[in-house]
Design a protein around this ligand. Sequence first.
Ligand SMILES: CC(=O)N[C@H]1[C@@H](OP(=O)(O)OP(=O)(O)OC[C@H]2O[C@@H](n3ccc(=O)[nH]c3=O)[C@H](O)[C@@H]2O)O[C@H](CO)[C@@H](O)[C@@H]1O[C@H](C)C(=O)N[C@@H](C)C(=O)N[C@H](CCC(=O)O)C(=O)O
Ligand SMILES: Nc1ncnc2c1ncn2[C@@H]1O[C@H](COP(=O)(O)OP(=O)(O)OP(=O)(O)O)[C@@H](O)[C@H]1O
Length: 494
Amino acid sequence: MKTLELLESLHLKQIYGHLPECVNSIHQDSREVTNNSLFICISGHKQDGHDYYHDAINNGANIIVAEKQLEIDFNKSAFILVPDTKRAMAQLINKFHNYPSSQMTLFGVTGTNGKTTVTTLIQKLLQRCGIKSALAGTNGFQVDNKKYYTENTTSDVLTNQALLALSRDQHVRKVVMEVSSHGLAQGRLWGIDYDIAVFTNLSQDHLDYHQTMEAYGYVKGLLFAQLGNDMSKSKYAILNQDDPWSETYKMATSAEVITYGLHKNADFRAFAINYTINETTFTLEYPDPEGRVTIAINLLGEFNVYNTLAALAALYADGNDIKTMIHFLPEISNITGRMEKLVVNAPITMYVDYAHTPDAVEKCIKTVAPFKQKRIILVVGTGGERDREKRPLMAKKASHADVVILTVNDPRTEASDRIIRDMEKGMLHDDYLLISDRKQAIEQAIRISEPGDTIIFAGKGQENYQIIGETKHPHNDALIATEFANSKFQRNTD
Ligand SMILES: CC(=O)N[C@H]1[C@@H](OP(=O)(O)OP(=O)(O)OC[C@H]2O[C@@H](n3ccc(=O)[nH]c3=O)[C@H](O)[C@@H]2O)O[C@H](CO)[C@@H](O)[C@@H]1O[C@H](C)C(=O)N[C@@H](C)C(=O)N[C@H](CCC(=O)O)C(=O)O
Ligand SMILES: Nc1ncnc2c1ncn2[C@@H]1O[C@H](COP(=O)(O)OP(=O)(O)OP(=O)(O)O)[C@@H](O)[C@H]1O
C-alpha cells in the first residue's frame, strides 16, 4: 500500500526521515519483520517493543512507529512518533486491509463460559444453511475446512485484521468470534465493527489479571459499548436474562436488545426441559406468532440449553429463519471436548469436559446427575501461574461429586504440588485423592471405578498437549481414558 495513503489513518503524528513509497506489511514482533515493512513498538506485559527496533530494522523494516523518541539512522529507516502505539496499530492495520469487518457480518461472543460452544453452534448452523462463514476462538481460526493456528482465544489486532481480510477475500459473509476479557482489556478488538454481540454469563475467573469481579465484568461490557451509537446500522446485543450482569450491559449499549433465558420473560425462553444421557429436549418460545416448538439437541445439560438459546437468538438477530435453524440443530452431534461422551467398551460412562472455572465444574456435575446410575467420579485440575484464588473454589464445587481426584491442567512453571494443595483447601468431604500427574490421575479414576459409575475428566477438553515448564508435551485426556478403560475392562472379562 502507498505509504502516504496508509498514514492518512493517523492524525497525531510526527514524521522524521524519508518515507518509502510503499509499505508491504505491518508488524509488532521484530522477529516476524520482513523487507519494506512498518514496525510498531508496543509496550507489553513482559517486554517493551521499543527495545527491539534495531532488530526490526536489521530484518528489513524501513518505518518505525513508536511512542517515545528513538535514535534512528534515517538512512535505514523513517521514524514516526505517535502518542499511543496500540491505537496507531489498530488504525494502521484497519486501513492497510481496507476495513474488512465492515464488509461482513460480525458476531462477537463474550462471557466466562460457553464462548466456544455458542460460536461453534452459530457457525455450524450458518454452514448448514449454505452461508459461507468463519470461526475464531480457542480452537484457532477456521474458514471452510482450513484451520489457522492462533496463539490466543482472541488474537492480537494485527492477526485479527489479517484473518478478517483473508475471510473477506475468500467471500466469507459472516465471521463468528470468541471475545475474551483479555482481548477487550488489551484493545485487540479495536477496529472490529461487530453487528451482533452475545453475552453468555459471568462467574469467577481470571482475577489474577482483572483483580476484582467488578473490573472483570466492566471489561466484558466494552464489547456492548463498542457496538457504537449509529442507529442507521442494525446492531444487536444478545443478553442472558438470568445473569444479573445483563442489566449493566443493557446500559452500555444503544443497540437493540434481545434476551434469552429460562426463568424470566425472555425473548428466547426454554422450559419443560428434559435431560437424558443422549439428548436434551425442551420447549422453545421465541418472538413469532408461531414461535413455540419442542426441540431435541444432542448437547447435554442445562448450560447447553442456555448456549443453544444464545446461538438461536443471535441467528434470529441476523435475520435467519429460526424454523430452518431448528431443523438443523439435531444434526449437530456435540462440541469436541465439551461434555463429550467417550466411546468405550466398558460398563462405565466417561466424559471429557473443558470445565476450568468453579461455575463450569458445578455445571458439569449437575449435567450428569439426572441420569447417573452409581457414583460420579470427577478428575479436576487448575492451571499453574493463573488465578490462584479460584483453586479452592474449584474444589468446593468439585465436592458435589462422590469421589474427586485433584490434579493439574497445565502446571507451566509452577510446582504441581502447590497447585493441588491450594485446591485441596476447598474440599468439603474426604473422599478425594491428590495426584499431580494428570495421566496417572485419569488412570486411577478408571482403576477405582465400578460398573455403573460415571467419570468426568474436567479441565483440558479436547486439548492435545499439557504445558509443563515452558514446553507443550503431548497429552490427550480422551485418548488416555479410552485406552486405559478398554484395557482394564477387557482384562476383567478375559
Ligand atoms: C498477559 C497477556 O495477555 N499477554 C498478551 C500480550 O503479550 P505481552 O504484552 O506479554 O507481550 P510481550 O511479550 O511483553 O511483548 C511486547 C512487545 O514486544 C514485542 N517483541 C518481543 C520480543 C522480541 O524479540 N521482539 C519484539 O518485537 C512483542 O511482539 C510485543 O509487541 O499480547 C500478545 C499479543 O496480543 C498476547 O499473545 C499475549 O497473550 C499471552 C500469550 C497470554 O497467555 N494471554 C492470556 C492470559 C490470554 O490472553 N488469554 C485469553 C483467553 C482467556 C480465556 O478465556 O481462557 C485469550 O484471549 O487468549
Ligand atoms: N453456558 C455455560 N454456563 C456455564 N458453564 C458452561 C457454559 N457453557 C459451557 N460451560 C462449561 O464451560 C466449559 C468450557 O466451555 P466453552 O469452551 O464453550 O467456554 P469458553 O467460554 O469458550 O471457554 P474458553 O474461552 O476458556 O475456552 C465447558 O466444557 C462446560 O463445562
